[in-house]
Design a binder for this molecule. Structure first.
Ligand SMILES: Nc1ncnc2c1ncn2[C@@H]1O[C@H](COP(=O)(O)OP(=O)(O)OP(=O)(O)O)[C@@H](O)[C@H]1O
Length: 580
């Protein structure tokens, strides 16, 4: 799988050269029109005063005004199109990249912060086009034309003015550095508040049930205040550009008046040229300000782009097999053809923690039949499943799936060989049909979907949904917790993978559905390896093989009845579960 290409602003902006050229030309045309209309009006007034006919001049003025407005509209539309295309491309690339990042990285960054990348960050990048690109060419042209006229009138006064503006430019260049740093800080703070808010929304029922709205609001308002304070610094920096520029203009004016007066007293400068020069100098402020604002936006765009590129440079999950991974040459010789999963002295410590979640753990899961993984809370059961799916890789030791090291498997093939039902991420916010066939490359026949739904007792519930199989669940319409889990089980039934991995799937099932679940598991385990993190006695009892963990290590493994007799911790766990 290839890494996402870094964003380059120039390439993004010039990706549609024809539209860009036309939009810039029409922008210039509109500016020229705006400049011509006052001149034509001036001529109309002069001709009327002299008693000459002005019919054609009036028609001309209307045509120029209309053409100028149309050119302005056209230019704005084309730039907006370029901006929308850019935002679209970046959004798609960033979303695709995020989906392919390692699970641990996504969890560390947080859903809210990552979401803000495709909302506020992309919009900020768009301002490069909306503000920077729309204003800068016209302003640059106006500045260049004015400076040329000023130099033509008097080069010494132009040099004096240029010297003052150069000093202003250096001051503003420093401010741009702070503006850029502030823009990064603002985006990070916005990502932070988005992350916090979205995690609070995930816990909304707990917040409401505990009456914690006020506490959470206070917490969020502190975050919002931090964003406000950082934003305020940015506003001060932006606002400070105006007085710096206005001050520069005043200094330039005083210097020009001083030097101009000396020149006039020596007779080397006429009053008319001096007045024209001063008028140009006064007119220069607006386009120069627009130019600086445009540069400011470009710097901010640059900062946002760098943030995107840091994210895009984060390595995706490696699809291919990794060097050094163990792929048994003769699985039969190693006895691996009869194993579904093997853990061989596996150790794993979560980043940022000191205590290993698993240490030197070894066990094996047969190729066929039901194996359950049990152990007290925090024993390492979910970590085992993460390693089987290669959501993360062991620090030491080897995890073998169907005879090959998980690191040697191409990732898509590994995950294509496993059906994974996880308690917290059971379903997608998508239609029932999509949820059932998410692992299939081709459409699953409708009959097969209904058959699977019948096996988990969901026929009536799905038929009752507003659009049946095509109802999108997870938003306006939803199923109960237990129904969602059964739908996930139906997905497992529809799969033809050699391995089925289930994480505590019975926690929300009632008695009848638990029986149904057992039947499904038995059916599945006749032909494949079913590996279940089990909390229910019923699941454990029907398992051919039980693996017990504690503190990240193996306590014992064997048939349920044998463990009950020989393994004291297992007996204790069993008794505790029976009581609960
Ligand atoms: N993302 C994580 N970051 C840091 N430590 C973690 C993370 N996930 C789990 N742990 C730690 O690793 C150990 C094993 O956790 P794991 O979730 O695998 O246990 P478990 O047996 O599935 O527990 P439970 O039955 O309560 O779900 C625990 O000590 C836990 O605190």
């Amino acid at each position: 799988m290839t890494q996402t290409t870094a964003i380059r602003l120039r390439r993004e902006i010039t990706r549609h050269p024809a539209a860009l050229t036309v939009s810039l030309l029409t922008g210039l045309l509109s500016t020229a029109g705006s400049l011509a209309v006052p001149l034509i009006t001036r001529q109309v007034i002069a001709d009327v005063s002299a008693g000459r006919s002005v019919n054609w001049l009036i028609v001309g003025a209307f045509v120029v005004a209309l053409a100028s407005s149309a050119a302005q509209g056209g230019s704005a539309y084309l730039l907006a199109r370029i901006g929308s295309h850019m935002v679209y491309r970046i959004r798609v690339a960033v979303m695709g990249h995020i989906l392919r990042l390692p699970v641990q990285h996504i969890r560390t960054e947080g859903a809210g912060a990552l979401t803000s990348r495709i909302t506020s960050d992309t919009l900020m990048l768009r301002q490069v086009i909306d503000v920077g690109l729309a204003q800068m060419p016209v302003s640059a042209l106006l500045v260049a034309a004015s400076v040329a006229a000023m130099a033509w009138l008097n080069w010494l006064l132009t040099l004096v003015s240029a010297g003052v503006f150069a000093a202003v430019g250096i001051a503003i260049a420093f401010m741009f550095k702070w503006i850029k740093a502030n823009a990064i800080e603002q985006q990070q703070a916005l990502g932070g508040i988005a992350g916090r808010f979205s995690s609070h929304l995930d816990a909304i029922t707990t917040i409401k049930a505990s009456g914690a709205e006020d506490t959470v609001e206070q917490d969020l308002s502190q975050e919002a205040d931090r964003v406000r304070r950082i934003g305020l610094t940015g506003d001060v920096l932006q606002a400070a550009m105006l007085p710096v520029l206005a001050g520069g203009q005043q200094v330039a004016l005083v210097a020009v008046i001083l030097v101009g007066s000396v020149q006039m007293s020596h007779g080397t400068l006429s009053v008319a040229s001096f007045s024209a020069f001063v008028l140009y100098l006064l007119q220069l402020a607006a386009p120069v300000m627009l130019l600086f604002t445009g540069f400011g936006r470009l710097r901010i765009g640059q900062a946002v782009k760098e943030r995107f590129n840091t994210l895009l440079a984060t390595p995706r999950e490696q699809d291919g097999g990794q060097p050094g991974a163990r792929r048994p040459e003769t699985p039969e010789a190693a006895g691996l053809d009869t194993t579904g999963i093997v853990f061989d002295k596996v150790s794993y410590t979560y980043p940022g923690t000191a205590q290993p979640a698993l240490s030197e753990l070894s066990f094996s899961v047969p190729r066929h039949g039901l194996t359950t993984l049990v152990g007290p809370s925090g024993a390492g059961k979910s970590t085992v499943l993460s390693l089987v799916e290669r959501f993360t890789s062991p620090d030491e030791g080897h995890v073998l799936v169907l005879g090959s090291d998980v690191d040697a498997w191409p990732l898509s093939e590994l995950r294509g060989s496993i059906t994974y039902v996880d308690q917290s991420f059971t379903l997608l916010q998508a239609s029932v049909r999509q949820n059932l066939s998410v692992q299939h490359k081709q459409a699953v026949p409708e009959g097969a979907l209904w058959e699977a739904l019948a096996s988990v007792g969901l026929t009536a519930a799905v038929k009752a949904l507003p659009d049946g199989l095509d109802t999108v669940i997870g938003a306006e319409t939803d199923l109960s917790g237990g129904q969602r889990q059964r739908l996930a089980l139906a997905r497992a039934l529809l799969s033809d993978t050699e391995l089925v991995v289930l994480d505590e799937p019975t926690s929300q099932l009632d008695g009848i559905n638990e029986d149904r679940f057992r039947t499904i598991i038995e059916e599945l385990s006749r032909t494949r390896a079913v590996f279940v993190v089990a909390h229910r006695l019923s699941t454990v009892r029907s398992a051919q093989h039980v693996i017990m963990l504690d503190g990240g290590g193996l306590v014992d493994e064997g048939p349920h009845d044998v463990l009950l007799k020989t393994c004291e911790p297992y007996r204790e766990l069993h008794t505790a579960q029976a009581l609960s």
